[in-house]
Design a protein. Structure first.
Length: 135
């Protein structure tokens, strides 16, 4: 298993740095739970504001920062994962397996648009740590 990359907390969406740190501290004390990417994507409101651990294939680049099912990634432009905030897209190798820990921000079910680029994504993960998984 790979080493963890810890990212500094900063603002993500509607959460500022101090709010993120408070949420993370409370939830770390309660324990971070792992969830399947597909479950988080299917029921994002259930995870709103929660600190979660999720695995998938990271795809980053121009106008793209997402965690997809895989690897392999079938189509990097398909919206079949969750949007990722809090890390620079060029920091991680693309289409590699990672475990990410962060706070979920869900799109409102009644909203016209969602999270991420062009509001296409059902949820956003404000990442606090990243661990590359060995294949």
């Amino acid at each position: 298993l790979g080493a963890a990359l810890i990212t500094p907390f900063r603002s993500c969406g509607s959460l500022d740095g101090p709010a993120i740190r408070r949420l993370a501290r409370r939830q770390i004390e309660a324990g971070v739970h792992s969830f399947a990417l597909e479950e988080l994507r299917a029921h994002p409101v259930r995870f709103q504001g929660r600190l979660v651990k999720v695995r998938g294939a990271y795809v980053g680049g121009w106008e793209m920062s997402a965690l997809h099912p895989g690897p392999p990634v079938r189509d990097p432009w398909a919206v079949d994962g969750i949007w990722v905030e809090g890390i620079a897209p060029v920091t991680l190798p693309t289409e590699q397996a990672f475990e990410m820990t962060g706070i979920v921000s869900a799109a409102r079910p009644d909203a016209v648009s969602g999270k991420g680029h062009l509001g296409q994504w059902p949820a956003e993960l404000c990442v606090s740590s990243v661990r590359r998984l060995q294949e």
